[in-house]
Design a protein around this ligand. Sequence first.
Ligand code: BES
Ligand code: MN
Ligand code: ZN
Length: 510
Amino acid sequence: MEIRFQAGGPSRWKADVVLSFVFEGEHGEHACPELEERAPWLGIAPAWRDFRGRKGELVMFYGPEAMEVSRVLGVGLGKADKADMTSFRHAVGSALRRCREYDLETVGLDGASLARVAARLGVDFAVLVREAVISALLGLYRYERWLSEKSAHADPRWLALLLEGEFVENDVRSAARMAEAEAAGLMLARDAANDPANVMTPSAFAEKAREVAARHGMAFRVLGPEELAAEGMQAYLAVARGSAEEPRMAVVEYTPKGAEGRAPVILVGKGLCFDSGGISLKPAKGMGDMKGDMSGAAAVLGVMEALGQLDASSAPARPVVGIMACAENMPGGHATRPGDIVTAKNGKSIEIVNTDAEGRLVLADALAWAQEQYQPFRLLDIATLTGACAVALGLGAAGVFSEDDALAEELCHAGTTLGERNWRLPLWNATSLEALKSPCADMVNSGPREGGAIHAAVFLRQFIREGVTWAHIDMAAADMGESPINAKGATGFGVRTLLCAALSDGHMLQ
Ligand code: BES
Ligand code: MN
Ligand code: ZN
């Protein structure tokens, strides 16, 4: 669906349907005067007067066919003091789904009603435009690749922002563009994570990364088993050993004009295309969800795609490097056994007591590699790392670990404004290191259940050099979901937070 603008006021507006947002209790006889200017029939329609604007209420109003605006979709937002950005996003997603169900080809968003909502929610108009556009696009996302009977309804051709002013303000235009780029990145991440593991193998993921890089003129490298071995990445290789699928570490480097030579932002994603648990095999129930254990890598690739789609004027001030550490954790004949000891790239030895704690092994080497190759401005990793994080925070939220207060706060703050719930958890180094003690190696890869997300984060911390600004995001509880802006399945979580972190250059943007 294309995003357009119609400036010049109501007399210029034209679409198959116009969406108008209404708070409960604020819907008087002339709730949307600008719209009644263009759709005069609305003012005398009894049904419009009956519309309450309750949360989740969606009512289509019809005027004479010949009018420029003959349909208005009333979108209820509920009580203004209870409404928030999340309920607004869901309302937009549901509304676009309704438009598609009715086969409406062109959709307008009543800008005046958006301005009223922005004022009520206490955000800039441009911020609300960004959220409206991304929610519209995400609401329409669907994963139908394998259905022999695809949906009969096509997406609307375009969505236009109907503006009251003569011109499209620059900040509004770039907010819409940003939303389009973010949505594209998010949908790419969702597709990759929804694809089953027999299709989205480590090699296939690396090819997808190569395509993203090629499409946007970014540099690309990939490390296979030989290269990983040559780099001394034995912890990473230990994970891949039990699978017939070879591991691939894909690296996409984006250097915007003027950013050459500056310290890069580095994003590292866990890319377990399938996590059976290995010899420490997982129980059958829910194991299929582990096709999504590459959601961290998918988020990183989504960020690179979004960066590639942004205009030069919105480009980051620093290079951004996306490292996607892909492998498959399987219990084959060559698989790592519990009790095996390997030496990671940074020289630390690890007793692998549980082959299901594989993400940290892959990330340990990927993080060490990243710090050898680059001098990061900031190093962020994102991973579906521990079920314990889901136990701690509940579904839909991610744990943020960092010794840098400003970075942790920035990530949590960005997440809050962008609809990704990030919550800081502690790095209790001393207790976790005690819990990860091995009698025969520098550490074990898996500690007690209690505080498992923290132990995993402290494990990763052992691979971070002094002075490097690092944060770890555990998104194990946020990789799957369902909502009006999320067709059941992969969420694309992390793309928005990480994109913000890549663009911010250390300053709070939102
Ligand atoms: N990929 C899993 C974590 C996970 C669980 C992600 C549920 C998404 C949903 C990870 O590799 C894993 O198996 N972690 C173990 C660690 C344990 C063995 C220390 C876990 O959480 O049980
Ligand atoms: Mn595992
Ligand atoms: Zn895993």
